[in-house]
Design a protein around this ligand. Structure first.
Ligand code: UDX
Length: 447
């Protein structure tokens, strides 16, 4: 099958490369000439484990090509994926659909024969209707079926998620699209990934509902973590205890500094706006958004409290800056609010991240970057674990203790346990786990 993928960002590139790996003939298109030139040279615009190998392998086999020319690829394609960005619109938080609509017009001018046009970008309910209207208005002879097929790719695990999905959701209005989409995903279907066909508007909403639910789940456990700290309970045990209930499930119950990234913050906001427009507000999600925003800044206060009454002039070293490990993505990362909060309090901030330091420079100022955890720990008053990269899972604590001014670890991802750290003479503060002072207070209250 001949497939064109418009937009070679995160979603477009991973989808295009994996579809080629399934054996389809794929052309990835992007208007950014530099990006296409780099991709042709085998240089990935994003850090995603395994992506460069898949691109190289399928490029060699001539199943995956890159171009800035949309026309030819669309004319030859049986299926055209729209995978351009839908950023939050400045000012009002609605999804900005101008790139999607511009691509729809270009597709209209070039389609040839029956073509399935698929929106893979995350788009609000009704966008498929609008894409279809734009194509039909621009080219009344166009024989197209417009389909919704949202992505559920996690950064850092995107290839695995594409190739072994929990489900594939496909929203169609034209029955002819069913056969084409089944063919596109046949290799996965053979792997028994459920292919769920539904109406287009329903498919569009499933994507937002899934992300909003997951964001709510994280926010739930984050608030529970605060309560655990107040009452002397352990949030990891609470998560385990509720997660064993199959109706709840154990995933996405890791308490931390708040969710970030390119999807949850943007999609929850866009869903809230859509719901308000339809006079059907989603109060749970509105509250989730507000709690998560406040939590990121609150993490700076947590670090300050751990250090002492005043952080002015203190040196604080951050381990990890990206919104999660295995990505160089800094978008909406909790680290941004944490750094700002600490700097506002007068602290000097140093940081190390295995992949994100280049990207971080655009978001942070006055931060001293170091080559590894030990360089930034030298003379520091506190070490703060912000992102749970594997490289931070087995730190050399005796060495760190020798380097730091004060041996204090604030672990915002609960990578370590107090017993592990205390024996090296470190003070330890984590998320949603009993604090030493609370334990002492509770046990003396019980006596
Ligand atoms: C998410 C969705 O998982 C994916 O299906 C969708 O298509 C795009 O958005 P992604 O943004 O790559 O993927 O990351 P994800 O792994 O979901 O994590 C999002 C944020 O939530 C991160 O900041 C992460 O640290 C945080 N998180 C996640 C928690 O704090 N606790 C958890 O238990 C899980």
């Amino acid at each position: 099958m001949r497939i064109a993928v418009v937009g070679s960002g995160y979603v477009g590139l991973v989808s295009g490369a994996c579809l080629a790996d399934f054996g389809h003939q794929v052309t990835c298109i992007d208007s950014n000439e530099e990006k296409i030139a780099a991709l042709k040279a085998g240089v990935m615009p994003i850090y995603e484990p395994g992506l460069d190998q898949i691109v190289a392998k399928n490029g060699k086999a001539n199943r995956l090509v890159f171009t800035t020319e949309l026309g030819k690829a669309v004319r030859e394609a049986d299926a055209v994926f729209i995978a351009v960005g839908t950023p939050s619109r400045r000012g009002d938080g609605h999804a900005d659909l101008s790139y999607v609509y511009a691509v729809a017009s270009e597709i209209a001018a070039n389609v040839n024969g029956f073509t399935v046009v698929i929106t893979k970008s995350t788009v609000p309910v009704g966008t498929g209707d609008e894409v279809e209207r734009i194509i039909r208005e621009a080219n009344p002879d166009a024989d197209v079926a417009v389909v919704s097929n949202p992505e559920f790719l996690r950064e850092g695990a995107a290839i695995e998620d594409f190739k072994r999905p929990d489900r594939i959701v496909i929203g169609i209005e034209d029955e002819r699209a069913r056969a084409v989409m089944t063919e596109v995903y046949r290799p996965l279907y053979l792997n028994q990934a459920p292919l769920m066909f539904t109406a287009r508007r329903t498919s569009e909403l499933i994507k937002y509902a899934a992300n909003a639910f997951l964001a709510m789940k994280i926010t739930f456990i984050n608030e529970m973590a605060d309560l655990c700290e107040a009452v002397g309970s352990n949030v990891q045990d609470v998560a385990h205890g509720i997660g064993l209930d199959k109706r709840i499930g154990s995933k996405f119950l890791h308490a931390g500094p708040g969710y970030g990234g390119s999807c949850f913050p943007k999609d929850t906001l866009a869903l809230v706006k859509t719901a308000q427009d339809y006079n059907s507000p989603l109060r749970l999600i509105e509250t989730t958004v507000a709690i998560n925003d406040q939590r990121k800044r609150a993490m700076a206060r947590k670090v300050s409290r751990a250090i002492g009454p005043d952080i002015r002039g203190k040196t604080i070293a951050l381990l990890g800056l990206t919104f999660k490990p295995n990505t160089d993505d800094m978008r909406e990362s909790p680290a941004i609010s944490i750094v700002q909060g600490l700097q506002d309090g007068g602290a000097k901030v140093r940081a190390f991240d295995p992949e994100g330091m280049e990207a971080a420079k655009a978001y942070l100022s006055d931060v001293t970057f170091g080559a590894d955890p030990y360089t930034i720990a030298e003379g520091a008053d506190a070490l703060v674990l912000v992102t749970e990269w594997d490289a931070f899972r087995a730190l050399d604590f005796p060495r760190l203790k020798g380097l730091m001014k004060e041996p204090l670890l604030v672990d915002l991802r609960n990578v370590y346990r107090r017993e592990q750290i205390a024996r090296y003479g470190f003070r330890f503060v984590s998320v949603g786990r009993p604090r030493e002072d609370i334990n002492a207070a509770l046990s003396s209250a019980a006596e």
